[in-house]
Design a protein around this ligand. Structure first.
Ligand code: DOR
Length: 443
């Protein structure tokens, strides 16, 4: 790592400090030390310079929700490959979900993830602990023990805690520990056996649908429980207009709730399952790469999700990177695994919203940096900012660079993307973690 690194002439966009201008950024020994007008940095001996002309320079992206699959599902992803994919996507911190095998419901498995990430990880990994043992929804984990090994919150992601009594107890403990509950909202009784959004497309394809109410029932219940317990509730992968409205009203009432939305729920509708996109790599007629939970919804939901981002109802964009093997996906629709490999396409597909003027660049970067960082306790360091003194986690991207997605080029083992073959405009060029270049695009 060069002791002094100057990132020169880039468009610095740091919503945490309200900075949006062409400037220089100086990094010394892994920390941001200075930010100011181009060509005016204090002189340094032994200086390396990156010319960032034409690039956006922003805090490294913070992903509140990804699946790194290790331990237990290393055929889908490992901490090494998942964090490489993160770096390629401009993410410098990723929070990993505990639906591994064994799950992250003990200090031992959680510590394994932390230690492996320290040795093999390319970016910072912050684990999320299970709410219940084995994610069975029956018995709480030793939440305070998990907090001691550094989980950033609790979730049974993939499953909902069906019992309101157990969820309310979990919220009491989580509140006492100062950590959020990260909530997978799905009434499994209602969604059970469903594969996609319940609507005209599911009717036409003859595939069992998952009604929007399956999500909204649990969002409503858990907002009520959050009000009761005072816990910080973070709603994961919001997908419906109704959920956005519930969260908006809860925020107005002063309930401590935050929420995230994924790039795919912001850009794809249920029609995508019928495979209207370019065919690549043996995609099936009903594209299992678009099978995800919660399912892709409708254009009205997308409009509500974007509105929610803009008015502050939705705080963060999180990938829900869910890598699977080709065996998991190259099968009939009903049998295929739910999930999208999302780390490496996130920025580019979101830049589509910017180029089409549905979202401004500042809001987008805020939702990828400083706002998700606020969901994570500052005991893990100040993230999502270029403030002097902070660790130099920095992403440089070209907002206008055109490219075509080819999943074979992914660093992730998960090639399961509905964006294969898509033409995108916007590409990560350099990612720095603690001042070290962890990814640099081929020129
Ligand atoms: O599509 C999904 N895949 N949704 C989830 O909630 C879990 C995830 C996975 O682990 O594959």
């Amino acid at each position: 790592m060069p002791p002094n690194l100057l990132i020169s002439g880039g468009h610095i966009l740091d919503p945490s400090q309200g900075i949006d201008r062409v400037a220089d950024l100086l990094i010394t020994k892994g920390k941001i030390t200075w930010l100011g007008d181009k060509g005016t940095a204090p002189s340094q001996s032994d200086l390396t310079t990156i010319d960032a002309t034409g690039l956006v320079v922003c805090p490294g992206f913070v992903d509140l929700h990804c699946h790194l699959r290790e331990p237990g599902f290393e055929d889908k992803e490992t901490i090494a490959t998942g964090t490489k994919a993160a770096a390629k996507g401009g993410f410098t911190t990723v929070c990993c979900m505990p639906n591994t095998n064994p799950p992250l419901d003990t200090q031992t498995s959680t510590d394994y993830v932390k230690k492996t990430a320290e040795i093999e990880g390319t970016v910072q990994v912050l684990p999320i602990g299970c709410i219940t043992k084995g994610r069975q929804g029956k018995e709480l984990t030793e939440m305070s023990e998990l907090a001691k090994v550094g989980v950033i919150g609790f979730s049974d992601d993939g499953d909902t805690v069906a019992s309101s009594r157990i969820m309310s107890l979990a919220m009491d403990y989580s509140h006492a520990l100062g950590l959020p509950i990260i909530d997978h909202c799905e009434d499994k009784e209602l969604s059970d056996g469903g594969f996609m959004n319940d609507g005209w497309v599911s009717a036409r394809l003859g595939l069992k649908g998952i009604p929007k109410a399956a999500e909204e029932i649990v969002v409503a219940r858990d907002l009520a429980l959050a009000q009761l317990t005072g816990v910080r509730l973070h709603v994961a992968h919001v997908s419906t207009e109704g959920s956005v409205e519930l969260i908006r009203r809860a925020k107005e009432k002063g309930i401590a709730v935050t929420a995230e939305v994924t790039p795919h729920h912001l850009t794809l509708t249920e029609e995508r399952i019928m495979d209207s996109q370019p065919k690549k790599h043996n995609q099936l007629a009903y594209d299992t790469n678009a099978k995800v939970n919660p399912p892709l919804r409708t254009k009205e939901d997308i409009a509500a999700l974007i509105k929610g981002l803009k008015d502050g109802t939705i705080d963060a964009i999180a990938t829900d990177h869910a890598p699977h093997t080709s065996v998991d996906k190259m099968c009939e629709f009903g049998l295929a695994a739910f999930g999208i490999s999302g780390l490496e396409t996130a920025l580019a597909c979101l830049m589509g919203l910017v180029h089409s003027r549905q979202l401004d660049l500042k809001t987008l970067i805020s939702k990828l940096t400083f706002e998700p960082a606020r969901v994570i306790s500052t005991r893990y360091g100040e993230l999502g900012t270029l403030k002097p003194g902070c660790r130099a986690d920095v992403t440089l991207f070209d907002p206008n660079k055109e490219w075509v997605v080819d999943s074979h080029d992914f660093a992730s083992k998960g090639k399961n993307t509905p964006f294969d073959g898509c033409h995108f405009k916007g590409r990560v060029i350099v990612t720095l973690v603690a001042g070290k270049i962890v990814y640099r695009a081929d020129s």
